[in-house]
Design a protein around this ligand. Structure first.
Ligand code: FES
Ligand code: FES
Length: 153
C-alpha cells in the first residue's frame, strides 16, 4: 500500500492505495465518488472519464499511484455551486436518457470548451470520440453543445 495525496474536486485528499488500483477504483470504492462509471474497464466506452490536470482521461486505465500530487475533477467538482452552462444545455435539450454516459461526455466537452469555446461539429465529434451512448443517437447531445456555443450545425 502507498499513501497518495491529490486534489479531488479542489479539496486535498489523502488515501492509501494498492499498486494495482486504478483511479476509477479509488474514486468509486474508497472515496465514494460515483459519477465516473465503470462500463468496460478497458478504455473503450468513456464512461469513466475524469479530468486529470484539466485533461479528459479514462480513469479505468490509469493507476491511482500516478495521480499523487495531481488534480482530479469529476462532475461533482464542476457543479459544486450550481450546474454548469453545459449541464443546463443538456437538460434543456434532453440530451441524456439513462445518463450512464453523461458524466464522461460532460467532462470531455468541458475540456474542449476550455480550449475552444466555439467548436464546430467536427471538433465536437472528435472530442467525443470513444464516448459511447446507447440511448440517444447523439443528436440531442450535439444540439445542446451547438446551441450553447452559438454555432450552426
Ligand atoms: S470504463 Fe473506462 S473507458 Fe470504459
Ligand atoms: S444516455 Fe444512456 S448511454 Fe447515453
Amino acid at each position: 500500500m502507498k499513501e497518495i495525496s491529490f486534489n479531488l474536486n479542489f479539496e486535498l485528499r489523502q488515501v492509501r492505495v494498492e499498486p494495482s488500483e486504478t483511479i476509477l477504483d479509488v474514486l468509486r470504492d474508497k472515496l465514494g465518488v460515483k459519477s465516473p462509471k465503470c462500463g468496460c474497464e478497458r478504455g473503450d466506452c468513456g464512461a469513466c472519464t475524469v479530468l486529470l490536470d484539466g485533461k479528459a482521461v479514462r480513469s479505468c486505465l490509469i493507476l491511482a499511484i500516478e495521480i499523487d500530487q495531481h488534480d482530479i475533477v469529476t462532475v461533482e467538482g464542476i457543479s459544486r455551486d450550481k450546474l454548469s452552462a453545459l449541464q443546463e444545455a443538456f437538460i434543456q435539450y434532453n440530451s441524456f436518457q439513462c445518463g450512464f454516459c453523461a458524466p464522461g461526455i460532460i467532462l470531455a466537452i468541458t475540456e474542449l470548451l476550455e480550449k475552444n469555446p466555439h467548436p464546430n461539429l467536427m471538433e465536437i465529434k472528435e472530442a467525443m470520440a470513444g464516448h459511447l451512448c446507447r440511448c440517444t443517437g447523439y443528436t440531442p447531445i450535439f444540439d445542446a453543445i451547438m446551441a450553447l456555443t452559438g454555432e450552426d450545425k
